[in-house]
Design a protein around this ligand. Structure first.
Ligand code: HEC
Length: 148
């Protein structure tokens, strides 16, 4: 009997552990942002110093930084979680398709941190703006010619 109870509590504790990870993104939802305000914020914070966004024109900047493209065709939906993380925790995961030395210094993203100056509303609007710039295209398998 004691052994059964012990077994049950171990199983219960283990299950609670899997659903109660304090670092889980479960339950994370942003309110709707404003795409136009997001674009204005992007310009105001001069994100374009290191980024291009589809074919939107921003002021020209003289920079020696690698220009990382945002928006455009993608096969993977950019969720709120992806974009918020890229903006406030840039070294968590790195943009794909760039040489390490172009986007990292000492293993950290070259992206500037805005956490002490960006408002939450600006973050929400930036995410809405960036999401509106990605077009999700389904992966197209190579057409298969049946062989008889
Ligand atoms: C000093 C240059 C610099 C500035 C300024 C900058 N970024 Fe970045 N950003 C980068 C670099 C380099 C990367 C690629 C490395 C990485 O993923 O962190 C990046 C990555 C990103 C990504 C992820 C792209 C992907 O495909 O995974 C997003 C989204 C992004 N930046 C948004 C912003 C926004 C919004 C701003 C303005 C608030 C901004 N960045 C300002 C340099 C910059």
């Amino acid at each position: 009997m004691k052994v059964t109870l012990l077994a049950i509590s171990v199983v219960c504790l283990a299950c609670m552990g899997c659903t109660a990870d304090p670092k889980s993104a479960a339950g994370f939802t942003l309110p709707d942002g404003d795409v136009q305000r997001g674009q204005d914020t992007f310009a105001q914070l001069q994100c374009y110093a290191c980024h291009s966004v589809t074919d939107i024109e921003f002021d020209a900047v003289e920079t020696s930084e690698e220009i990382v493209k945002l928006g455009g065709k993608t096969t993977r939906v950019r969720t709120y979680g992806d974009l918020v993380t890229s903006i406030i925790n840039p070294s968590h995961r790195f943009a794909v398709g760039y040489a390490d030395e172009a986007i990292k210094v000492d293993g950290q993203s070259k992206m500037r941190l805005y956490n002490n100056e960006m408002t939450v509303q600006q973050l929400i609007d930036l995410v809405a703006f960036l999401q509106s710039q990605y077009t999700v295209e389904q992966y197209q398998p190579t057409p298969y010619i049946p062989y008889y």
